[in-house]
Design a protein around this ligand. Structure first.
Ligand SMILES: O[C@@H]1[C@@H](O)[C@H](O[C@@H]2CO[C@@H](O[C@@H]3CO[C@@H](O[C@@H]4CO[C@@H](O)[C@H](O)[C@H]4O)[C@H](O)[C@H]3O)[C@H](O)[C@H]2O)OC[C@H]1O
Length: 398
């Protein structure tokens, strides 16, 4: 009996090093990335529990406003600017010590009517676009780590989308936009941002053409944002994403995952949640494998406020936390790809420590419902070979 107590106390004395939990952002930074972050939106900021986790800088070192900096929000009528909602999020990020990705300056969507339906000439639209960019970027000067200068200007085949900007100005609207943003805030990183450019293909090639175009005009472009609005089970493979990232970074720009979420048909099943975890993990791993993939942002962190259900009928559950703000298996998948240390309870650690002779550790990929792989701190093998997902990690044998 005395001997057993001694063993338990000895195990407890090493607990801090065994149970030190590192969150998503801390783990990303420890591996040389600038941030792991999340989008947020003004309507969510009255939810106290939501705001508490949003400000948890162990998980989130960066925020992106989901809507507050778009053209319809910042310049609803010509030359009348409104920064109230954007300021709320910029100030919150500053208060929390989080980087701010600013989103977005030139986009065909969420444009006020005066832009999308105006009677423009080449000269008047260039002037209006430059005025918008100059005012908005100047207002946030010094506060934005990066700006998504242009968003989604490509069709799926890599040709230009038929936006008012392309129709009236032609492709020159892109270098003009980047040059204008650079003049207003020389220290902000300037990004081209799009979806379905996360694996090689015509649209990714189109984005690479844009990088070259902007550079050819002598304007600054620092990076390409890959939105990564994926679907469970059809997320591009890690190798395809890695090849794709390398094609961008070979052009001398940074890359970042800017709007990552992975949706599924509802209602979700445990198999879908397991696949979602694997899909998040392979995507984050692709970024981790490229030194110029500087950060990762999820498009909000909880299903409670995800944009997905209102946009894609019958789909949802796209985030790493569920609508009760509880971590899903996806969280563990992301953390494993970041090389982070999962949190575990004292009980788990003690059991793990005293059964280390059965340690099944190993270097495998941790998947929902399995244990003994990377990220399962003690490497404990359950009698059944499976673990129960509880709290925020696989903490009990079934
Ligand atoms: O409150 C929401 C905002 O959260 C929302 O933010 C935008 C969300 O994503 C970006 O734009 C969308 C990107 O996905 C496109 O659909 C894709 C169609 O192809 C599929 O293969 C792919 O999986 C889909 O993602 C949407 O058509 C785009 O709108 C954009 O950068 C964010 O600003 O905006 C609407 C607000 O109500």
């Amino acid at each position: 009996m005395v001997q057993l107590s001694t063993i338990v106390l000895a195990a407890a004395s090493v607990l801090p090093s065994l149970t030190q939990a590192a969150g998503l952002h801390s783990s990303a930074v420890a591996k040389g990335k600038l941030y792991f972050g999340t989008a947020t939106d003004n309507g969510e900021l009255s939810d106290t529990a939501y705001v508490a986790q949003l400000g948890n800088t162990d998980d989130f070192g960066q925020l992106t406003p989901g809507n507050a900096m778009k053209w319809d929000a910042t310049e609803p009528s010509q030359n009348t600017f409104s920064f109230n909602n954007g300021d709320v999020i910029a100030n919150l990020a500053a208060k929390n010590g989080q980087k701010l990705r600013c989103h977005t300056l030139v986009w065909h969507s969420q444009l006020p009517n005066w832009v999308s339906s105006g009677s423009w000439t080449n000269a008047t639209l260039i002037a209006a676009m430059k005025n918008h960019i100059t005012n908005v970027v100047t207002h946030y000067k010094g506060k934005c780590y990066a700006w998504d200068v242009a968003n989604e200007v490509l069709n799926e085949d890599g040709t230009y989308r038929d936006s008012v900007f392309y129709k009236v100005i032609g492709e020159a609207f892109l270098p003009i936009a980047f040059a204008t943003a650079a003049a207003a805030d020389p220290s902000a990183k300037l990004y081209y941002n799009d979806y379905n450019i996360e694996s090689p293909g015509a649209k990714a090639s189109g984005a690479q053409r844009i990088v070259k175009l902007v550079k050819q005009y002598g304007a600054k472009i620092d990076g390409v944002g890959l939105q990564a609005h994926f679907i469970v089970g059809s997320t591009p493979s890690q190798s395809s994403q890695s090849t794709n990232l390398a094609a961008f970074t070979a052009l001398g720009v940074d890359v970042a995952y800017t709007e990552l979420d992975i949706r599924m048909n509802l209602p979700s099943t445990s198999a879908q949640l397991a696949q979602q975890s694997a899909d998040y993990q392979s995507t984050i791993a692709a970024c981790m494998g490229n030194t110029r993939c500087i950060g990762m942002t999820i498009w909000d962190w909880t299903d409670k406020y995800s944009w997905v259900p209102s946009t894609f009928s019958g789909q949802g559950d796209a985030c790493p936390w569920d609508s009760n703000l509880v971590k899903k298996p996806a969280y563990a998948g992301i953390l494993a790809a970041l090389g982070g240390t999962p949190s575990s309870t004292v009980t788990t650690t003690l059991v793990t420590t005293t059964t280390s002779a059965n340690n099944g550790g190993g270097t495998g990929v941790p998947l929902y419902g399995q244990c003994g792989g990377l990220g399962w701190t003690g490497g404990k093998v359950c009698a059944t070979g499976t673990c129960k997902y509880q709290n925020d990690w696989y903490s009990q044998c079934l």
